[in-house]
Every structure is written in C-alpha cells, then in structure tokens.
Design a protein around this ligand. Structure first.
Ligand SMILES: *Cc1c(COP(=O)(O)O)cnc(C)c1O
Length: 851
C-alpha cells in the first residue's frame, strides 16, 4: 500500500482522500485500508467475504457526507417528510445499487480488477436483506429509490427482522425451508442508533382518572415493555446528493426487567422475558396475500408503528416544532393495512402522552395518514379477534370503539335506517365472533385511499371498499405501481442499457419516457440485430448458470418462457403447467411434430403452510423429471424450477426472458410489478386483463402483447351463474387428456394419489377458473410459438415493449403520490464538507441533525 503517497498536510486532501476519493487509485487504497483496519485481514489471508466487506465499507464511506448533509438540510429546513410505513422492505443487495447511484460502477470495477478481484463475484457475495415476501415489499424498496432520486424528504419505517424470508431448497421436487441467517456475517450497510431508542408497551389494563386540571384522562398500565432500537440504512438517490434513511426497528429487552426478576432469584423468568421481548422482531411471517391471525404478528405491527410515531414526535420536538403541526410536517403512507394500527396509536400518543383533547388529536390524525390497498383477496383482509386485540392493546381497543361510535353516527346521518350498511362499515365485525377490521380503520382514519393499478382501483371502489367509496368518493384515487429502472435495468441489464444509451443518451434512466425514442430505431436492421444478440448473450449466461447449478442443458436458442413470482393458486402456475403437459402430449402423439422449442423456467416461494402451493412446486418438478428425460422430446422442451427466488436472482432472470407469464385470474392480481420488470427488459407478455397488465397492454399496443382469458367481469358473471369446471373437462379432449394423464400417475411414478388434491380441486371447484381459461390460454400460446419463429418480427415487438415502458418507472408513481396525495416538493441537497470545516469538527455549532 502506497500510503506515503498521501499528503496529509494538504488541505485539499478530501478530494482524493481514502475516505471519499472516487479515482481508481483512491478506491484501491481505501479498499485495502478497510480490508486491514475493519476486517483485520490482508490479501494473503482474506476470504471472498472479507473482500466484499472491505468494498462495502469503501462504498459506504462515500455515502456518509451525502447522508449527513441530507439529514442536516431536512433538520434546519423542517421539511415536510414522507414516512413510508411498511412491514416489509425487500431491498435486494445494496452494493451494486449504490455503485450505480453514486456513479462509480466502472471505477470500482477497474479498481477491483487492478487488485486481481472480480466485482461481479464480490457483488454475488452479498447476503441480501430478504425482509419481505414479494411484490408489496419490493414496491416499498423501489419507492425508497425513487423518493431519493426525486429528492423527496422521506424515511422508510419498518422492522429489522433477524430472519427474513426463508431460504428455499428443493429436495425430491418438494420445497424445503430453512432460516435466512442474513445477519450472520454482519451488515455493513446499517448503523444502529441506540441513542434514539424508544419504549413500547403491551398488554395490561387501562384506568381513567382526573388530572390536576380536572380533565378526564386515561392511563395505560402495561404488563410488558420492550425497547425499540433503530437501525439506519442510507438510501442514496440516482446521481443526486439526496441520501434518505431506511429506519428499521429491532426489539430488545428492558434491562431493569431482567434485573428485578434476577434479583428475586428468578433467573429463567428473567431470561424468558428477555427472549420474549426479542421475539417480536425475530422473524418475518412468510405469507404473501394471506393473513395469519397470530398475536405475534399484531405485536410486530404495533411495535414498529409505535416506535416510528414516537421517533417522528422526537424529531418535531428537537426541531422545536409544535405537535399541533404534526400533519403539516409529516405525511404517513400506510403500505397495506399492516401498519394501520398507527391511526389508533397516534391518537393515543397525542391524547394520553401529550395531553391533547380528542377533537384536536383526531383533526391531526385524520390529516396524517394515507392508505394503499394491495389486494382484493378476502383471505388477505386483516382482522383481529376482539379478545386477542384487547388483551394486547387494551387502550387502542377503547380508542377504536370511540372512533367507531363517532364514525357510525356520521354514517347513520347520511344513511338513516340502513342497518346492513352500518354493519358492513363498522370497524367491528359483529356477524359472529367479533373482530376489528383493519381495512375499515384505515379507510376511516386516512385522508386518501389508493389502489395500485387502474383496474384494481375500480374493483376496489366497486367491491371491497364500495361503501367507503360512496361515503368518501374524494378520498379514492389510483396510483399504478412502478419499478426502479436503476436496479431492474441499469444494474441488472448493463448490455441492453449500453445499447440504449448509445442511441438516445443516458438521461432515460431518470426520465424513462425517453425510451420512446428507441421507436425510431425499430426499422433499423442493425439495431434489431444488436438488440437480439444482447438477449441471446443474456440467455447464454443463464443457460451456463443452469448447467453449472442444476446440471441441466438448456438451449439458449429456445424460447425462454418464464414465470417467476410467489407461488399462489390465483397466480396460476398450474395453468402454465397444464400447457406444458399439453405440448408434451402433442409430442407423444406425434414425435415428429414441428414444435417451437421452449425452456420453461419457474421460480418462487410457497408459504410454508400453503399445501396446494407446495404441491404445485412438486408438480412442476415432476413434469420436468419426465419431460426433460423423454427421448421423444429430443430436448425441444425443458422444464426447470429455479430454487430460492430472491431479488438478487430476479435481477438475473428478468433480462433473460423471451416470454413473461402474467396469467392470474382476472380481478385477482392487484397490480403485479414482475410484469413491468420483464417487459422493460424486452420480454413479451402472455397475460390476462388483470392488474397492471391492462395498462401494459395499453402502452405497448395489442399487437405487441399476447392477451387471453376471461375479463374480471366475465369471471364474476361466471361465478354468479354457477361455474362447473367439469363441463370444460368433458368438452375439450386435449384438456381431458392432460388431466387424465396427471390423474393416472404418469408424472408421479404411478402414484395416483400424489396430485389428486390438485386435480380434484380443478375438477370439482376450480376457484381460479383454470379450466375455463385453458383453451384460450393454449390457443394463445400457439400464437406465441408461431410468432417466435419469425425472430425479426419478435425482436421488433420486443424493442417496442422496452420502448413503451416509460410509464412503469417508480419515478412516475412517486411523482403522482407527491402531486396528488403527499403535496411535497423536491429539496436540493448541496454537498458540504464535514471533514474540513463546519459541523462541530472545527468547533462551529451551526449544524443540527435530528434525523
Ligand atoms: C418484482 C418481484 C416480485 C413481484 O412479482 P409479481 O410477478 O408482481 O408477483 C416478487 N419477488 C421478487 C424478488 C421481485 O423482484
């Protein structure tokens, strides 16, 4: 290490100092420095993880100035801040994203190369924080990226789960789960801030009293108190100085509790209390679009919400801003109902802890929250049994009763004598066992309610939230989801991005609509050839990965037909499977049939308690076992289930697709974001008119989209008319053969019972209308196969998909949230130096940071 080269006397050293310099030389020195002083290693004894850590710290050092500058500007300007409350943040690896956003990817790649290291390998080393299940958590992560990029003051608030989404292995075709120990090698991207810890109460009882001024008050006497400790991760925007914060809370025991029990001689009691406290942030519930009425889940929700609101109050108090301006200084976006207990908790904090009266507290609360609805599936609507709720949160139950009583008076005034309506809208479900309805609480307590795609918002207004729409039509609005092009194009598909930038310049990364300019090149044969070669090269890479990791040969010239998302009946991975069997049957009937070769790839996790979803995984693997080996197939079809789908892996998969499977039952997928990530990278979609597919079709044009299946209205009508799946089985010989083959044990070594639950489900109930959509789907797939044979035309369509995806940048979504809901504007952050001057280092006191 050439440390002698560095002149510490030089006042301008910061430009090239090891802690901030961006030249290849400075990066190399910093890297070796961090390897030695943080990892305690030098190259001869360093592991790949040591190298990864040294690089992560090197990059993190280059974020700090922006991070502190940002916090300082927000503090001194008292900026209106968006607080994004989400039980899940599916961030994906940080290293590559930070390199892109800092604009130092190429320098770092070169620096590593000069040290004999491969940047791609180091990025592969990062254990991603899998603190989410799927789309909802990934949306929160994309929104953080876009808020920082658009220079919007924001904080992401959530839970620092010690174990995120489980790791998935496949053994004998079945999903096997193991714990996600993402923190075991340490997390270089977070900084804990124990000085800002808060306390959260649970259980116990409430008592009313009259205070010294003769006012009626309520005191909550809890039977458990835990500490919430914030862990902050910097969220840098794309080539701006804005660096916002993701603040995740972890639960810890209160020391004094342990000591009391310990001194009383109850050692195991003390240990148990500690364990119980730490359990709250221990593990992410692995259900996607499905609630589990477990008390621990409610504890998690209340825990992070209470921590976050207390943190926001601290920030205001430190800025000497009065609490009655809470709603001016903050707006809280509720990512689904998971954090909706925040409405009752803010009421409690304002009244019980800060002495406000109901009306003022309600005025503030009802101007603070905005609620995003994410699903129409009845099994995903959160409700808590009153008994359980009141035991854990006795004070909040009282507050909810009071909100409800005032709310129902309002409803009664508008709809006198409409008892049925009042029962439907009540925050309490009294139809049987009594429940608190979290969606109703969210609707009453929020000033805005949005769906996540145009169709979803319409269905929401028509169906699940219809009564609330009639009462508060102005609260309702649509915000179609988006995804960040930084991670899902620039980072994951550098070859395509280089080609795009060579034609239209680089500003499309921040203004994705500019991709439209690519349309000018769609008739340029040379451009089409380059575009096609890039897709081919990416497929080649994935084929190599598959060979290395699964020992399976797949043909990169075959169509890569991919369905990657959580496994769920409504997403209909099994419909895809029925199509594969259909093609296989055609080959068996006529081995010389002329068929377009396809590689079917699946990825996605099933909730551990979701039997049919796990059986679908086994089903896909069993089909693969037969199809991949049958000599009649002659390699023309390959079927593979890729294990442990994650953000890291998603980045490898989306760019490699020719065909994107978005085949949910119409009306069931709220938006989908995988559909956007595929299409941006030039995959064509085969899809239903569901979620954002509708808008993707609208953007790319029907001639560049493979549409099939019933509409949501047709699905409702069919259900209402009494759907009989057996009719389809009886009347479609190809479908009958598919189901009969499966039922005969053909794909299960003769075991006729293995897939019986799946087949019986389809024949006798088919709640997601697979059989009704089968013919339309298979015929559409035949059109896909035909289209793929004309590679030149296919490439045209593929280019037009990429070119017309501008709408689906999360920057557009966030701009819409800013304009219509949050009413916030960008705040420019200038780079100020802290090493040389200002902020305490030189004795000055002009810097204040409370964020
Ligand atoms: C985008 C994404 C999802 C959501 O996919 P859908 O197809 O919209 O369900 C789920 N998981 C990961 C890792 C993703 O990146």
């Amino acid at each position: 290490m050439q440390t002698q080269d560095i002149n510490f006397q030089n006042a301008n050293i910061r430009v090239e100092d090891d802690r901030t310099g961006l030249s290849v030389e400075a990066l190399k020195r910093a890297f070796l420095d961090n390897l030695f002083y943080i990892q305690g290693k030098f190259p001869a004894i360093a592991t790949r993880n040591d190298y990864y850590m040294a690089l992560a710290y090197t990059v993190r050092d280059r974020l700090f100035r922006r991070w502190i500058n940002t916090a300082e500007v927000y503090t001194t300007q008292g900026s209106r801040t968006v607080c994004y409350f989400s039980a899940e943040f599916l961030m994906g690896p940080h290293l590559g994203n930070n390199l892109i956003n800092l604009g130092i990817f190429d320098q770092v790649k070169q620096a590593m190369q000069e040290l004999g290291l491969d940047l791609d390998e180091l990025m592969e080393q990062e254990e991603e924080p899998g603190l989410g299940n799927g789309g909802l958590g990934r949306l929160a992560a994309c929104y953080l990226d876009s808020m920082a990029t658009l220079e919007i003051a924001s904080i992401g608030y959530g839970i620092r789960y010690e174990f995120g989404i489980f790791d998935q292995d496949i053994r004998d075709g079945w999903q096997v789960e193991s714990t996600d120990k993402w923190l075991s090698y340490g997390n270089p991207w977070e900084i804990s801030r124990p000085e800002w810890e808060v306390q959260v109460k649970f259980g116990g009882y409430t008592e009313a009293f009259t205070n010294e001024r003769g006012q009626y008050r309520v005191r909550w006497v809890p039977d458990k108190v835990v500490r919430g400790v914030p862990h902050d991760t910097p969220i840098l925007g794309y080539q701006v100085n804005t660096c916002n914060t993701l603040r995740l809370w972890s639960s810890e025991a209160i020391e004094s509790f342990d000591f009391t029990a310990f001194n009383a001689g109850d050692y195991s009691g003390a240990v148990y209390k500690k364990m119980e406290s730490e359990n709250i942030s221990k593990v992410l519930y692995p259900n996607d679009n499905m609630t589990q009425g477990k008390i621990l889940r409610l504890e998690q929700q209340f825990f992070f919400v209470s921590c976050s609101l207390q943190d926001m109050i601290r920030i205001l108090e430190r800025q000497n801003i009065s609490l009655d301006r809470f709603h001016e200084k903050f707006v809280v976006q509720l990512n689904d109902t998971h954090p909706s207990i925040a409405i009752a908790e803010l009421m409690r904090l304002l009244m019980d802890e800060h002495g406000m009266e109901w009306d003022q507290a309600w005025n503030i609360t009802s101007k603070t929250f905005a609620y995003t609805n994410h699903t129409l599936l009845p099994e995903a609507l959160e409700r808590w049994p009153i008994g359980l709720f009141g035991k854990l949160l006795p004070r909040h139950l009282e507050i909810i009763y009071e909100i409800n009583s005032r709310f129902l008076d309002e409803v009664r005034l508008k709809y006198p004598d409409d008892i049925a309506r009042i029962n439907r809208m009540s925050l309490i479900d009294e139809s049987g066992e009594r429940y608190v309805r979290m969606a109703n609480l969210a609707c009453v307590g929020s000033f805005a309610i949005n769906g996540v795609a145009a169709l979803h918002t319409e269905l929401m207004k028509k169906d699940v939230l219809h009564d609330f729409y009639e009462l508060y039509p102005d609260k309702f609005n649509n915000k179609t989801n988006g995804v960040t092009p930084r991670r899902f194009m620039v980072l994951s598909n550098p070859r395509l991005c280089r080609l795009i930038t060579s034609k239209i310049g680089h500003t499309w990364v921040k203004h994705l609509d500019e991709l439209h300019q690519l349309e000018a090149y769609v008739d340029d044969p040379e451009f089409r050839a380059e575009f096609r070669q890039i897709k081919q090269a990416i497929k080649q890479d994935l084929a190599q990965y598959i060979k290395a990791n699964y020992g399976l040969e797949v043909d990169p010239a075959s169509m890569f037909d991919i369905q990657a998302k959580r496994i769920h009946e409504y997403k209909r991975q099994h419909l895809n499977a029925l199509h594969i069997i259909t093609l296989y049957n055609r080959i068996k009937a006529n081995p010389d049939i002329d068929i377009t070769p396809r590689t079917f790839l699946f990825g996605g996790k099933a909730a551990p308690g979701y039997f049919l979803a796990k059986l679908i995984i086994k089903f896909i693997n069993s089909i693969g076992d037969v199809v991949n080996r049958d000599p009649d197939v002659r390699g023309r079809l390959k079927v593979l289930f890729l294990k442990d789908y994650s953000v890291k892996f998603a980045q490898r998969v989306y760019p490699a697709a020719d065909l994107s499977e978005q085949i949910s039952t119409a009306g069931k997928e709220a938006s989908g974001t995988g559909n956007m990530k595929f299409a941006m990278n030039g995959a064509l979609t085969i899809g239903t008119l569901d979620g954002a597919n509708v808008e993707i079709l609208e953007e790319v044009g029907a001639e560049n989209f493979f549409l099939f299946g019933m509409t949501a209205e047709e699905v409702y009508a069919k259900r209402a008319a009494g759907y009989n799946p057996m009719e389809y089985y009886e009347s479609d010989p190809e479908l009958k053969l598919v189901l009969d083959r499966v039922a005969s044990g053909f794909f299960s070594h003769g075991d006729v019972n293995l897939f019986k639950p799946l087949i019986d489900n389809l024949l006798y109930s088919d709640p997601y209308f697979l059989l009704a959509d089968y013919r339309s789907y298979v015929d559409c797939q035949d059109r896909v196969s035909l289209a793929y044979r004309n590679q030149d035309h296919w490439t045209r369509m593929s280019i037009l998909n990429t070119a017309r995806m501008g709408k689906f940048s999360s920057d557009r979504s966030i701009q819409d949230y800013c304009d219509d809901i949050w009413k916030v504007h960008p705040i420019k952050i200038e780079l100020r130096d802290y090493v040389q001057g200002g902020c305490g280092f030189d004795g000055s006191t002009d810097c204040k940071v409370v964020f």
